[in-house]
Design a protein around this ligand. Sequence first.
Ligand SMILES: [Zn+2]
Ligand SMILES: [Zn+2]
Length: 288
Amino acid sequence: MSWIKKARLLIAPSLPQCLFCGKRGRPSSGLPGICVSCHTGIPWIRCPRCQTCGRHVGCPDCSRSREPVPIRCNRSAVAYTSEMRELLGQYKYRGNERLAPILGLMLDKAYTILQQEQSEQQIATLQSNSSRRPFSAAKPNYSLIHPALWQADLLVPVPVSSARLAERGFNQAEQLADVLSLRRGIPQLPLLIRTRHTGKQSFKSRSERLADMKQVFAGNTEQKLLQRLGGHLESIAARLQNRPLQIIIIDDIYTTGSTMRACAEALHRLIGDLGYAAEIYSLTWARS
Ligand SMILES: [Zn+2]
Ligand SMILES: [Zn+2]
């Protein structure tokens, strides 16, 4: 390094090091710890093309099958581009856990989109219901004047196998759910367990993956956990008089949706066994 460069480095106000690219750069205002250039490069999914799985491009998977799905819809924060794959790799496989709060913050943006969409749907349903009823001036419909913002009651992370957990040291879905849980005040409970370790999914065909996934997840029936769930259900009993329990399953990435569907089925069984009806959604950091 030339002495001029060295001198310049000494004089220049030191810029923070970006958590994504590792270079020193002007910090973005949108995501703490991320430089402006990385922030502008994020492939956000603001308007999903597929309303079911939240994909940013046309989606043959969802239009192909007309069978009922256990999940209302999926929303993801970003498209899984090569840059995002690299970023997830840094976090998941190279253990850069400092990225967890940022990725969680990005996931929170997908929650905002889901919340807006669901709130709009709620209002549309209320309006169509009230227009069918005969007009009554004496009894205005307060739910139309002050529509409540849609909110989830519970977050459930996709579990990883104990082998993965031992190797990686953390469950990425749980870390992401933690960020959302703190920001939104929605409890996070590990209501699912993985009953067996699946081989590398990327080498398998779609039908092989689907068959594989069927038996992988089960409800977590640990006594202490079910007590915590019971306590939470009691605390929101008033809400649940008018609607089912609204649960969001959290994961880092949505690929074919087979993991999410299998998780949702197991969760429906667990919640059903407790005598409740559930409406299940999913949120992931990336959509491939
Ligand atoms: Zn950067
Ligand atoms: Zn789709």
